[in-house]
Design a protein around this ligand. Structure first.
Ligand code: NAD
Length: 433
């Protein structure tokens, strides 16, 4: 199948590369000429484990190419995936669909023979139908079919998630579009068992409902962590105890500084606003958003509490800036709110992250960026683990104790053992334990 993917970001580049790897002929398009030029040289502008190697391999095999020429790419393709960004619109929290509309207009003008237009971007319910109307208006002669195929990959394990999905949600009408989509995904589900066919509006709702549910699960365990702290419980054991119940499952039950990232914050907000527009109050989602909003400042307060004195003039070392490990994505990362709070209290921040510092420099003020964890900790009154990068699991605490001003560890991801740390002379504060 000849496939064009519009938008070569986290989702578009992973999808396009994986489609090529399973045997399709793929052309990835982006309006960012620098990004495309780098991709042509085999360099990717994001950090995603294994992706660069897969890009190089498939480009060398001639199955994966890159261009800024959307019209030529679309004209030669049987299916066009739209994977452009849908961030929160400044001011009202609705999804900003300007990139989706712009890409759709460009695609409509370029379509030649029968082409299936697949919405991979996360768009609110009803937008797929709206896009169909718009594209048919722009090019009434075009022969097009339409599908919604929301993406569920997680940054940091994107290739594996794409190649081994729990399910592939396909919202579409009619056998012609169904045949094309089944053909595209056959290598990932030869017997079709992973394909879930539904209406386009249901597929759009599935994506938002899934993200809202996971955000709610994280927020639930964070509130349980607060209760554990009040009554002397350990949230890790509580999470394990409930997660062993197959009806609940162990994932997304790690207490921490609140959810962030490129999807949960914007998608929960967009879902709440879509529902409000329909006169429906999604009170659980609304509460999740509100509780998570306060979470980051409330965990930041633990730093002062752990120090037992004010933060003014103190140096605080922040380990981990990205919203999760194994990505360089800084969108809505909890670290940003935590740093702002600590700075408001007068602290000086020294920060280190293995992949996120380039972007973090643009999103923060008055932060000193360190070479490594030990450089960040030099002279610090507290070490705060915000993101659970593998490197922060194996820190040399004996060394840290000698270089820090005060031996204080605030472990917002509960990756260290409180007893061991206390045994080494550290004051340890975790989350919910
Ligand atoms: P991104 O910002 O990383 O990438 C979007 C790309 O689209 C950019 O490179 C941009 O230059 C390009 N673009 C914008 N308009 C264009 C146009 N008209 N023509 C060509 N290129 C254009 O975004 P992302 O994180 O890949 O997200 C894409 C969509 O997938 C969003 O709707 C998001 O909600 C959804 N999604 C993201 C993730 C994730 O983990 N990042 C997971 C699932 C779903």
């Amino acid at each position: 199948m000849r496939i064009a993917v519009i938008g070569s970001g986290y989702v578009g580049l992973v999808s396009g590369t994986c489609f090529a790897d399973i045997g399709h002929e793929v052309i990835c398009i982006d309006s960012n000429a620098e990004k495309i030029a780098a991709l042509k040289r085999g360099h990717i502008s994001i950090f995603e484990p294994g992706l660069e190697e897969l890009v190089v391999k498939n480009a060398a095999a001639g199955r994966l190419t890159f261009t800024t020429d959307l019209a030529a790419a679309v004209g030669a393709s049987q299916a066009v995936f739209i994977a452009v960004g849908t961030p929160s619109r400044a001011g009202d929290g609705f999804a900003d669909l300007s990139h989706v509309y712009e890409a759709s207009r460009q695609v409509a003008r370029a379509v030649q023979d029968f082409t299936v237009i697949v919405m991979k971007s996360t768009v609110p319910v009803g937008i797929g139908a709206e896009i169909e109307r718009l594209m048919c208006d722009v090019n009434p002669q075009a022969s097009m079919g339409f599908a919604s195929n929301p993406e569920f990959l997680r940054e940091g394990s994107a290739i594996d998630d794409f190649m081994r999905p729990d399910r592939i949600v396909l919202g579409l009408d009619g056998p012609r579009v169904k045949d094309v989509m089944s053909e595209i995904y056959r290598p990932l589900s030869p017997d079709g068992a992973r394909l879930f066919f539904t209406s386009r509006s249901n597929a759009e709702l599935v994506k938002y409902a899934a993200n809202a549910f996971l955000a709610m699960k994280i927020t639930f365990i964070n509130e349980m962590a607060d209760l554990c702290e009040a009554v002397g419980g350990d949230v890790n054991d509580v999470a394990k105890g409930i997660g062993l119940d197959r009806r609940i499952g162990p994932q997304f039950l790690r207490a921490g500084p609140g959810y962030g990232g490129s999807c949960f914050p914007k998608d929960t907000l967009a879902l709440m606003n879509t529902a409000r527009d329909q006169g429906v109050a999604l009170r659980l989602v609304e509460t999740t958003i509100a509780v998570n909003g306060q979470r980051k400042r409330s965990v930041a307060r633990r730093v002062g509490a752990a120090l037992g004195s004010g933060l003014r003039g103190r140096t605080i070392a922040i380990l981990g800036l990205t919203f999760k490990p194994d990505t360089d994505d800084m969108r809505d990362a909890p670290s940003l709110d935590i740093i702002r709070y600590l700075q408001d209290q007068g602290a000086n921040i020294r920060a280190y992250d293995p992949e996120g510092m380039e972007t973090a420099r643009k999103l923060t003020d008055h932060v000193t960026f360190a070479e490594n964890a030990y450089d960040a900790a030099e002279g610090a009154s507290a070490l705060v683990i915000v993101t659970e990068w593998e490197a922060f699991r194996n820190l040399d605490f004996a060394k840290l104790k000698t270089i820090m001003a005060d031996p204080v560890l605030v472990d917002l991801r509960n990756i260290h053992d409180p007893g061991t740390l206390r045994g080494q002379g550290f004051r340890y504060a975790g989350v919910g334990r």
